[in-house]
Write a protein that binds this ligand. Structure first.
Ligand code: ZN
Length: 140
C-alpha cells in the first residue's frame, strides 16, 4: 500500500510504501522536546520504502539537534515537520510523521510514548538502521 503526505503548503512531502496494515504500524510518540513541540508521531517499516519529495526545490529545510545524527525535514515556508532521514554506511533510512499524512488511516495503531534519551550516538544510528524505512529518494 502507498500513503502520501505533505506539509501544509504542499512544498515538500513523501510517499510511504508498506505492506503492514495501519493497525499494525509501529506509531511512536517520541518524547524529545522537538517531537513534543510538533506533536509528532513517527512510524517506519524496515521492509517498506520512503520517497521524500520537494515540489518546490529549496524549501526542504534540514534541522539537526541532539546527537546530530539525523536530518529532520521541515518546510521552510509553512513550518511543518514531515519526517526525518539518516545516512549511514548501510544506506539512507527514514521515518514519517503520521500527522503529515494526507489521508490518515482511520484504524491507525495507537501511539506509544517513547524516550531515547539514554542512547549514545552509536546506538542511535544502529537502531535507525534496523527499524527505520529504507529511503529511495531524498532531494538535496
Ligand atoms: Zn510547506
Amino acid at each position: 500500500m502507498e500513503y502520501t503526505g505533505s506539509c501544509h503548503c504542499g512544498a515538500i512531502g513523501f510517499t510511504y510504501r508498506t505492506s503492514l496494515a495501519p493497525g499494525e504500524w509501529s506509531v511512536r510518540a517520541c518524547q524529545c522536546s522537538f517531537c513534543r513541540a510538533h506533536d509528532a508521531l513517527s512510524t517506519s517499516d524496515p521492509d517498506g520504502e520512503i520517497d521524500f519529495t520537494a515540489e518546490v526545490p529549496g524549501l526542504l529545510q534540514r534541522y539537526r539537534f541532539g546527537l546530530g545524527t539525523a536530518d529532520f525535514l521541515i518546510c521552510q515556508r509553512c513550518g511543518v515537520y514531515v519526517g526525518a532521514a539518516i545516512k549511514s554506511d548501510c544506506g539512507t533510512f527514514g521515518i514519517i510523521n503520521t500527522h503529515a499524512l494526507s489521508d490518515a488511516p482511520a484504524n491507525l495503531a495507537a501511539a506509544a510514548p517513547i524516550s531515547y534519551d539514554a542512547e549514545n550516538s552509536e546506538g542511535r544510528v544502529s537502531r535507525r538502521g534496523q527499524r527505520w524505512t529504507p529511503v529511495q529518494q531524498l532531494p538535496d
